[in-house]
Design a protein around this ligand. Sequence first.
Ligand SMILES: Nc1ncnc2c1ncn2[C@@H]1O[C@H](COP(=O)(O)OP(=O)(O)O)[C@@H](O)[C@H]1O
Ligand SMILES: [Mg+2]
Length: 229
Amino acid sequence: MSSGPGELIGRGRSADVFLCAPDRVLRRYHDGHDAASEADAMRYLLDRGYPVPEVYDVSGPDIVMARLDGSTMLHTLGRQPWRIKELASLLAALQRRLNLIAPHASMPTRFGEREGVLHLDFHPDNVMLTSGGPMVIDFASVSAGPCGADVAQSWIIMATSTIPGSPIGRLTGAVGRRQLIRAYLRASDVDGARKWMARVSEARKLDVHTTDVERERIDRLAARETVVG
Ligand SMILES: Nc1ncnc2c1ncn2[C@@H]1O[C@H](COP(=O)(O)OP(=O)(O)O)[C@@H](O)[C@H]1O
Ligand SMILES: [Mg+2]
């Protein structure tokens, strides 16, 4: 991709997203790693009717894909907190739909039996609410595995990730976060998730992006919510 990437419109823990044409964005990994398998997974899921943005091109750490309008579910939750239950149910339903898709042979195996497609970073900042309906983004960790592991991972992320911002913002965020998790778990297979809590939390602690404070929170959550046997 020879010309400059364009205006920065999104930034997460692993990638920058630039507007490169009125209807296209370029997503670039910070660490330069290859995005080909992620782009293949997105195409595979789109072919199966799953709501992901269309991929136009992939080159090294760059994916050019359809620009989505609207905003992330996380952003919407911050502005319209009365929609917590509705959006938590939508999050759970979108994840269930993904987990029910038969994995492609090229997807790496995580946590055991290749029961379904796992996103492994499924949370409200990776769902965009667009004029054409909800769309799921950020397939960096897409894998094949047991569905309960994906729900356990979402639970861990939502319960233990640090909320940036002011102390007041963190306090109100903490209240909304508890409601969000409760509503999400009510709409999900929570017993299936508990079976994977110990394994998934150990893996999460090894993630390079996980901070020491988050590791302590993960240990507390896993001690409370793990099913033994
Ligand atoms: N196709 C897209 N159209 C519009 N905005 C996008 C698109 N993909 C990502 N974004 C924006 O960029 C942000 C970061 O993208 P994401 O793929 O989640 O990267 P990261 O892995 O760093 O979290 C998203 O939260 C969203 O706001
Ligand atoms: Mg993201």
